[in-house]
Write a new protein. Structure first.
Length: 436
């Protein structure tokens, strides 16, 4: 189901511990799901265990729903099953209560195009449902009243079924990960460095991917990498990239594959991040990560996002991480300098660019070349045979060739990834042995 097919008018609601109560992101999320936001109801207070908001504020919410003729209420909070039930009782009949994470799962479900993405969405939905099934089971056992609090009939087998499905999906995703890891190693052996783009939604990752690969002709029929995508969306909307998009980008002497991955979003619970671990493996197992942030955001917001990204990335990632301050065309030089200084502890040596305007992209390319694993220098002395010409052609395809001397023998000097150097030595040894 696509967003524009979904439709529906909603009222957004949000409770925060302190002012200001910002509803910009939840409005964007609701829009990404295809909803029209008619109004917003907010409150600054401690969480009410029964309603999240105060009971009086829920009644105000009900009035806003009636006035807007809304079909649903979207909360920018995580609601427990009892809170969901209690709020629903205060609203007009048939009005749905959707919390933040249910909304995110709805968006993910709309955008999941590949088998892998669909499995990850299913896993996240099951993890969302599991504590609710456990709550029903616990309540029913305690009160011996199936269906108490409107939570539905107690079915002892549901909890077991969810856990079985979670286990099955994990196994399927592990099999997909094994296949993708094999593909990554094949790419490295073919001479490619792997760069992953990470960061929050709308930071400009897809635009940067297009910019880095904009001047290149990617041959989708080259056979060696049939999954390379010649297009990458760069729309200004959340969750455009749910799966991954890979483009080939030459950066000086290197052949690089750049992958745009699913965007982070604030306030995600651990179980939801864990459900998309398979997609994040593209980041964890890259040779270099470019962490893209929107430098036009308030500095405190950038700091919070960087902390969250670091917590997620440094947990498993071994590759170097370079912070890219994107959208410098939207800030003054003075503001950029102030933000660089304020963020220096989290981003000690960032690269500032504008992917949209193409500003300082060459500086970023140079930094990528510097941060990627060092190439090894190799000099091969080969017999003058037809097979040697094939090897020379192979080296040109997989390495940075400095010089080739054709005499009684062929001498080729080049730099390449260690795996390519190792392969070239093995191929050269076979040629020399055959010529003797």
């Amino acid at each position: 189901m696509t967003a524009n097919q979904h439709g529906g008018t909603v009222v957004v609601a949000k409770r925060a511990d302190s002012d200001p109560v910002d509803t910009a992101e939840i409005r964007e999320l609701a829009g990404a799901a295809g909803y029209h936001v008619a109004a917003a109801v907010t409150q600054t207070r401690k969480e009410d265990p029964a309603y999240c908001l105060g009971e009086g504020k829920v009644e105000e919410l009900a009035e806003a729903v009636i006035e807007a003729d809304a079909t649903a209420v979207v909360f920018d909070n995580r609601l427990g099953p009892y809170q969901t039930f209690n709020i629903g009782n205060k609203l007009p009949s048939g009005v749905e209560v959707i919390d933040r994470f249910r909304l995110i799962l709805e968006i993910f479900g709309q955008r999941a195009q590949t088998k892998k993405a669909q499995l990850q969405v299913e896993l996240a939905e099951l993890r969302y449902e599991l504590p609710r099934a456990e709550a029903k089971a616990s309540l029913a056992k305690r009160d011996e009243r199936p269906g108490f609090m409107g939570l539905g009939e107690y079915d002892e087998s549901r909890e077991r079924d969810i856990k079985k499905q979670i286990s099955r999906i994990r196994d399927e995703l592990e099999a997909i990960e094994d296949t993708e890891e094999h593909r990554r190693e094949q790419r490295r052996e073919s001479g490619f460095d792997l760069v992953a783009l990470a960061g929050y939604t709308n930071a400009g990752k897809s635009t940067l991917l297009r910019r880095l690969a904009d001047d290149l002709d990617v041959d989708e029929n080259e056979g060696r990498h049939p999954d390379l995508d010649t297009t990458a969306e760069s729309e200004n909307r959340l969750f455009t990239t749910l799966g991954t998009t890979t483009r080939r980008a030459e950066m000086g002497r290197r052949d690089v594959l750049v992958t745009d991955t699913v965007g982070f979003i604030s306030d995600l619970p651990h179980w939801l991040v864990e459900s998309f671990k398979s997609t994040l493996s593209e980041v964890y197992r890259a040779d270099l990560v470019l962490l893209v942030v929107d430098v036009s955001d308030p500095v405190e917001e950038i700091r919070e996002k960087l902390v969250t990204c670091h917590d997620t990335l440094y947990e498993r990632n071994e590759a170097p991480i370079v912070t890219v301050l994107n959208k410098i065309d939207k800030v003054s030089d003075e503001e950029l300098a102030e933000k660089r200084a304020a963020l220096s502890a989290l981003a000690p040596a960032p690269v500032a660019i504008s992917a949209q305007e193409g500003i300082d992209i060459d500086t970023l390319r140079e930094r990528v070349d510097t941060e990627l694993p060092d190439y090894q220098h190799e000099r091969l002395v080969l017999p003058m045979t037809d097979e040697t010409m094939s090897l020379v052609s192979w080296v040109h395809d997989h390495a940075w060739v400095e010089d080739v001397d054709y005499g009684d023998q062929v001498v080729i000097e080049f730099e390449a990834r260690p795996a390519v150097v190792e392969q070239s030595r093995a191929k050269a040894a076979d040629l020399v042995a055959a010529a003797e």
